[in-house]
Write a protein that binds this ligand. Structure first.
Ligand SMILES: O=P(O)(O)OC[C@H]1O[C@](O)(CO)[C@@H](O)[C@@H]1O
Length: 627
């Protein structure tokens, strides 16, 4: 280890940093910003967006108005300095900046991010504004202006913080109901009609209605939980069949939790319909095994109420899907698996409290947001690679992907400027990824910064053994983390390290809260609404149009197939009769998909040459409406 660290530290700055090093300060008279002819030869543009040579240039160069709004001038002034390489200085930086939350056993090391004092000074007022924004949000401001909604996930772990007594009461009542319900299910007091007790959970939901529970199950479920959990988080029929097949006879002892804030998400609805069909085929009564988590009065809520499902839990209007882990969405599944949800909430509450300080150095969420801003120039010019060195935290990067990207990936800022903001997140786990893509991180395209998640405790006490004199498996894992961090830094790749002592309900709650707040602060720094997701609607709308077109295609084919003799149609003819000549490619895809799926549709000709294809239905459905 020691040799790899010192070898790394002796390396020189890469060419990109040296180039960057020429840009001293945006206000300097020698700055290339004052000489338009020089602009293209430097890694920063005149507008302040970062240009990395030979890499993704300037993230579609947002217009100058947007840049000045998100203050990239600050990043420009500071990115010009290379990373510290002197071991003593680096140690000093490590010690000076190390954040520790004693009670949570959580540490944050930002020493391998090269922000400067000047950058900090320039960011200070904007961070103070972000703190104010968070304060307002916690007090119940309409922090999601587009949807006219309050943003209250912080109240979930500190109900007294809610701006109205009625909200406090709703949170507390729901929490009591979750604990009681889970206890009754585990004890068998609430049981399925044909079995002594529930043994399995099948959770149906997508996005924020799945990712938190999936992450927490992987991180915290005991080896032998009172109920094992499975997920249906897609409308892939084969995936759904697989989950149901895996349950086998245990379907009779499966508690099905359907999770959807809106109560109308198509993937979730389809999952429910598929599972209900499986119940019918097995002679089981779904309503006696179904639970809904959704907003009051949603389609799902009404269905569950009318059909008499065994329980319904609320999702509050003021909790977004991606920040719903501490609501019934995350807590019910966790409690049923025997995870201590009070500890999760306590960990999150403690982290929230730590993040309320206005002293940046003592505020871990602000430190994270600051590092993100520094590393990406405040325009998402670099990706965040999340590397937990602990198998049980495998899904953390996936969970963060939605939390960060759905929150920060926005076209417009709060003033209506087109900014195309975002921060790309991906990752898996260490050291596994060392044998997959770390090669590129170390030596290849420099378009990322890393976040290591370190867990100090390797195994529960009493189980460790030395597989070599003085060395355990956990020591290897530790060594790989430290080695990768050093090797990346030596090649000017910045990294953050979050350390927890153990993976416990408390530390997991704290991690969730840490990143929720970092996203909120960063959103404020770049002046965007982190709490809506207008972009997702475009894809949903387009999908609905495809399905509507499919129904028109079927209607046209049905009419032609009911003729005597049957009239096979070319793709052009179908498109014309659908009054959609411009959709011919989509019609071809619809037909290819249906033909591959036993849909009584006969396509003659070669799929590889679409013009040769003629189509008709194998049977005529007189009077079929297809709508
Ligand atoms: O809980 P719902 O309403 O089914 O939504 C699921 C997911 O879909 C999204 O709305 C995006 O489509 C996410 O924000 C959300 O977590």
């Amino acid at each position: 280890m020691a040799s790899s660290i010192s070898a790394g530290l002796s390396l020189k700055l890469g060419p990109q940093r040296r180039l960057a090093g020429k840009v001293l300060h945006s206000s300097s008279s020698h700055s290339p910003f004052h000489n338009p002819s020089l602009v293209s030869s430097y890694p920063f543009s005149a507008t302040g967006a970062i240009h990395f040579r030979g890499q993704r240039a300037a993230r579609d160069a947002p217009p100058p108005t947007a840049i000045s709004n998100s203050g990239n001038d600050v990043a420009v002034a500071s990115k010009a300095v290379g990373l510290e390489k002197d071991p003593r200085e680096l140690w000093k930086r490590y010690v000076d900046w190390l954040y520790q939350h004693k009670e949570l056993g959580l540490y944050l090391d930002v020493s391998r991010v090269g922000f400067t004092d000047e950058f900090l000074q320039e960011m200070e007022p904007r961070l103070q504004k972000a703190f104010k924004d968070m304060e307002e949000l916690e007090k119940g401001a309409i922090a999601n202006p587009d949807e006219s909604r309050m943003v209250g996930h912080y109240w979930l772990r500190n109900p007294k913080l809610a701006p109205k007594a009625v909200l406090t009461q709703q949170i507390e009542t729901t929490l009591d109901k979750i604990s009681e319900f889970a206890a009754h299910v585990i004890s068998g007091k609430i049981r399925p009609p044909l079995k002594d007790r529930f043994t399995q959970i099948l959770s149906i939901g997508i996005g924020g209605s799945a990712l938190g529970p999936q992450f927490v199950a992987e991180a915290l479920a005991p080896d032998n939980p009172p109920l094992k959990i499975r997920f249906i988080d897609n409308t892939d029929p084969a995936g759904i069949d697989h989950q149901i097949a895996q349950l086998g006879n245990e379907l009779a002892s499966t508690l099905v939790i359907v999770v959807s804030k809106s109560g109308g998400t198509p993937e979730t609805r389809n999952g429910l319909l598929e599972v209900q069909k499986a119940f019918r085929e097995a002679g089981l009564e779904f309503s006696k095994q179904g639970v809904a988590i959704t907003q009051d009065n949603s389609l799902l809520d009404n269905t569950a109420r009318i059909e008499g499902w065994i329980a319904r839990f609320p999702m509050f209007d003021w909790v977004g899907g991606r920040t719903s882990e501490m609501s019934a969405v995350g807590l019910l599944a966790a409690a049923l698996q025997g995870i201590n949800i009070k500890e999760m909430l306590a960990g999150a509450a403690m982290m929230d409290e730590a993040n309320r300080t206005k002293i940046v150095k003592n505020n871990p969420a602000a430190l994270l947001a600051l590092c993100w801003y520094w590393a990406t120039g405040g325009v998402g010019s670099k990706d965040m690679v999340v590397l937990p060195y602990k198998d049980s935290l495998l899904l953390f990067s996936r969970y963060l992907q939605q939390l960060v990207m759905e929150s920060l990936g926005k076209e417009f800022d709060l003033d209506g400027n087109r900014v195309n903001q975002g921060l790309t997140v991906y990752g898996n786990k260490g050291s596994t990824d060392q044998h997959a893509y770390i090669q590129q991180l170390r030596d290849g395209v420099h378009n990322f910064f890393a976040t290591f998640i370190e867990v100090l405790r390797d195994r529960p006490p009493g189980h460790d053994w030395e597989l070599e004199p003085g060395v355990t498996s956990g020591d290897y894992l530790f060594g790989f983390l430290q080695g990768t961090r050093s090797a990346l830094y030596a090649n000017d790749r910045e990294s953050i390290t979050v350390t927890v002592e153990e993976v416990t309900p408390k530390s997991v709650g704290a991690l969730v809260a840490l990143y929720e707040r970092a996203v909120g602060i960063y959103a404020s720094l770049v002046n965007i609404n982190a709490y809506h997701q207008p972009g997702v609607e475009a894809g949903k709308k387009a999908a609905i149009e495809v399905l509507a077109l499919q129904k028109r295609v079927l209607a046209v084919l049905n009419e032609a197939s009911c003729k005597d003799p049957v009239e096979p149609l070319t793709l052009e003819e179908i498109a014309d009769r659908c009054h959609s000549p411009n959709d011919i490619e989509m019609i071809y895809k619809i037909i290819a998909h249906m033909a591959a799926n036993d849909r009584a549709l006969i396509a003659e000709g070669s799929c590889g040459s679409p013009r040769s294809v003629k189509v008709y239905l194998g049977e005529c459905n007189v009077g079929e409406m297809y709508d």
